[in-house]
Design a protein around this ligand. Structure first.
Ligand SMILES: CC(C)(COP(=O)(O)OP(=O)(O)OC[C@H]1O[C@@H](n2cnc3c(N)ncnc32)[C@H](O)[C@@H]1OP(=O)(O)O)[C@@H](O)C(=O)NCCC(=O)NCCS
Length: 179
């Protein structure tokens, strides 16, 4: 293809698809403590996705999220954003799956807004969460997921260690700093 005298190489279908799905150029991932303006958006998404149907008020999530903004290195929350626009979030928390209190810490509450999905934002958030944990000296991190979501994490280096836990039949996956 020739455009204004510049030759553009022909792309095959796979290359075109991956360009269309690439993460937005100006996507940034930050700790919520550095970008507190996204607090309400994160509380809203987490509440709607996992807590509202179980009868918890939004105020309960606000409290939990505030804990992720205190001075302790863990828990922490990440926000993916494009300028002032919220794109997604993930957290690292000390406890998550009630049935497995012996495991800690957990990558949890991974959420990407629908308009940003299928562009690598979820994978980037999980990678950032895990590497930030390893930098803090964590040797092993855990994650629980439904059976349908397990493949998403398994493709990204997470190893399933248990399945069918509790009423929601969740699986537990791990990532080790040494792997
Ligand atoms: C699960 C969730 C976080 C994934 O977010 P996402 O930003 O769409 O994730 P990614 O774009 O990194 O990956 C999604 C898929 O797109 C594909 N993809 C990613 N980047 C791509 C690219 N550049 N080109 C083509 N495909 C791409 C990935 O291979 C992946 O495919 P898979 O599902 O078969 O593994 C998102 O769907 C979500 O928020 N769901 C609701 C909440 C939820 O279920 N959270 C998980 C709790 S365990």
């Amino acid at each position: 293809m020739l455009l204004s005298g510049v030759r553009i190489p022909k792309l095959d279908i796979c290359e075109m698809r991956s360009m269309a799905n690439a993460p937005p150029d100006d996507l940034a991932i930050a700790d919520l403590r550095q970008q507190p303006a996204f607090f309400d958006a994160i509380a809203d998404r987490v509440w709607r996705a996992w807590w509202r149907a179980r009868g918890y008020p939004l105020g309960y999530i606000n409290e939990r999220l505030r804990e992720n903004c205190n001075a302790s290195p863990i828990p922490f929350t990440l926000v993916a954003h494009v300028g002032a626009k919220f794109a997604g979030t993930a957290s690292v928390v000390l406890t998550d799956l009630q049935e497995r209190p012996q495991y800690s810490p957990w990558v949890a509450a991974v959420w990407v807004d629908p308009e940003y999905r299928q562009r690598g934002v979820g994978a980037a958030l999980v990678e950032r969460a895990i590497h930030a944990s390893f930098l803090l000296g964590i040797a092993r991190a855990y994650l629980c997921a439904s059976r349908e979501r397990c493949g998403f994490y398994a493709k990204r280096g997470w190893i399933p260690i248990e399945e069918d836990i509790g009423e929601r039949q969740l699986a537990v996956l791990i990532r080790d700093a040494t792997s």
